[in-house]
Write a new protein. Structure first.
Length: 584
């Protein structure tokens, strides 16, 4: 083997890893929505969790990526550690599918139809279709389909290039001695673990082993321990991904490690005992691509059969290794692991936006209560500060997500959330303004007149209702409820104007001081603007349902000659403004 064969092998390995990477990323993007569906169907049942892990890994062709996602789910509170255990087991079996696909390269036959199943026969066609989809279509989904086909063609071409490059090694004595050395099971396990830890993909590692097997110098006795080690090496990715995560996420990574280490140890021990006692002749036979795929599948199934009933033990081991301390982990942070899976990243963002909305609504209600009752200064200030933090966190995360290549729907959803978080945060700002108005009244020993108090109670009830409607509409994605917001907001605008007029009349009759009047005007402004932000949130939701985002134009069009709007407007006007007229 000369230097040019080495270059060819390096080039083939590079193409193989690159093809697997881009195919996996494209599959992950295409499967984003399906992954969310799988996640929603998760239960604490062993079988359901196992099948979910298997299905997700089969879709994205990477157990490492699937396990990293599981760590992210646990970190974000979307999945319990108990659920994660069975999903991880399923992921280990799901990853064997890649080896079966790669084993097609070993097909040898003169029959036309059988030969057509050989990747070298059909990958050029896939590559041609892929490049057409990728270069000549504008639809991101079709581009991803093109990348999947191109990635598959590239990895198969890379594998064939590697196989051609290493074919000369079959006559090299040192190469033969190397794989004789790997017949020592311990050394084989170590070699498999190190190789997989370096490239961080058991699927790619098995593929490299399959390409080396084409030389005919890799026996089953050497291949099986290497396969066992590959399962241990793939744990590195999950462990690295757990850095900076909460304790349950670290435990999920430890479960992955324990599962593979215990499985490899038990079956390696049995393998050594069997080979020592019986010395099966097939272990000296050259391993085929099909044989390696079969061994990989059988080993992972055996590990699952052994450990599936022992999920509770794995959980206790993980808890023992990663113990609780006095600090508590929060689950509100957004996990960077989800950025490559937009559907899941957006769902997590939506959950945090719902939390932001809840905080803002509660803060506004507390500040309205504080105007006439005892102050909740600490609670209101903490909620307002927390809303600022969530807005910054969500804004940065969503911008980061939008900068990646995502489909049109995900891009539109991200834009909607970006608009909504600003409005929720501004509601919290107005709650702080109300608190400051209350403090100013107390500092200057001022008080609202009985009529102003009565007016405040009325507009407070209207604002409370619009806050509740808006939040309920958002968390339930209820468009019909969202359409109630704008009519009520218009009534609140009229209430503000009515109360300012009545305030001027009180000033003229000497019933109220100018200084108190300024504070009263600020209170009315903050209440009315909070309702404006509710209107913005509802309008954004409605516009999204019509696939357009022209907020102010849409509001004007919605109010104009709209019988349903007018009916609701008159309903809320009767509910709130009729009280004013009856008291005049």
């Amino acid at each position: 083997m000369d230097i040019f064969h080495i270059f060819e092998m390096i080039g083939g390995l590079s193409l193989f890893l690159f093809g697997m990477s881009i195919m996996g990323q494209a599959l992950e993007r295409k499967a984003g929505g399906k992954l969310g569906t799988f996640l929603q169907k998760l239960t604490t049942g062993k079988t359901t969790g196992f099948l979910t892990g298997l299905g997700v890994t089969a879709l994205i062709q990477s157990s490492s990526a699937a396990t990293v996602m599981v760590v992210g789910f646990v970190n974000s509170g979307l999945m319990t550690l108990k659920q994660a255990i069975h999903v991880i087991m399923g992921a280990n079996v799901g990853t064997t599918i890649t080896a079966w696909i790669l084993s097609l390269a070993g097909i040898e036959s003169s029959n036309f139809f059988v030969k057509l199943c050989k990747p070298s026969s059909f990958t050029p066609i896939l590559a041609m279709i892929g490049i057409i989809f990728y270069l000549f279509t504008k639809n991101n989904k079709k581009k991803d389909t093109g990348l999947i086909l191109l990635g598959f063609a590239t990895l198969m071409f890379g594998m064939e290039t590697m196989a051609d490059a290493v074919s000369t090694l079959k006559d090299v004595p040192e190469f033969q001695e190397l794989f004789l050395l790997f017949k020592n099971p311990i050394l084989g396990v170590i070699a498999g673990a190190i190789l997989t830890a370096i490239i961080q993909s058991s699927s790619a590692s098995v593929g490299i082993l399959q390409s080396l097997a084409t030389t005919g110098q890799v026996s089953y006795g050497a291949a099986i321990p290497i396969i066992m080690g590959q399962n241990i090496g793939t744990c590195v990715t999950a462990i690295l991904s757990s850095f900076g995560a909460n304790k349950n996420a670290k435990r999920a990574a430890m479960v992955h490690l324990f599962f593979n280490v215990i499985g490899a140890t038990v079956w390696l021990t049995i393998f050594v005992l069997v080979t020592s006692l019986y010395e099966p002749t097939f272990l000296n036979a050259p391993a085929s691509l099909f044989g390696i795929a079969l061994a990989h599948t059988i080993f992972n199934l055996l590990c699952t059969l052994l450990l599936l009933p022992m999920g509770g033990i794995l959980e206790r081991l993980a808890n023992a290794c990663i113990q609780e301390d006095e600090t508590t982990d929060t689950m509100e942070d957004l996990d960077e692991r989800f950025l490559n899976t937009p559907a899941i990243a957006l769902e997590r963002c939506r959950q945090v936006v719902q939390l932001l909305g809840q905080i803002s609504v509660e803060s506004m209600k507390e500040s309205m209560d504080a105007i006439l009752h005892d102050l909740k200064e600490t609670s209101i200030r903490e909620k307002e500060a927390l809303s600022d933090r969530y807005e910054d966190m969500l804004g940065s995360y969503l911008v980061n997500l939008s900068s990646r290549r995502i489909d049109e729907k995900s891009s539109a959803d991200a834009l909607v959330l970006l608009k909504v978080i600003g409005d929720f945060e501004r509601i919290a700002d107005h709650s702080l303004n109300l608190l400051e108005s209350k403090e100013e009244l107390e500092e200057k020993s001022l008080s609202l007149t009985p009529q102003a108090i009565s007016e405040f109670e009325l507009i407070k009830a209207a604002v409370t209702e619009i806050l509740d409607i808006t939040y309920a509409a958002f968390i339930n994605d209820d468009m019909e409820l969202a359409e109630h917001v704008e009519p009520l907001e218009q009534v609140i605008d009229h209430l503000k104007n009515d109360f300012r007029t009545s305030h001027i009349l009180r000033l003229q009759h000497g019933q109220c001081s100018i200084e108190t009047g300024f504070i009263w005007s600020d209170i009315l402004t903050d209440l009315e603007r909070a309702s404006d932000h509710c209107s913005n949130i509802a309008a954004t939701m409605i516009e999204t349902s019509f696939h357009q985002l022209r907020l102010h134009e849409s509001l004007r069009e919605y109010r104009k000659d709209n019988a349903v709007f007018m009916k609701r407007f008159h309903m809320y006007q009767k509910k709130y403004r009729s009280v004013i007229k009856s008291n005049m």
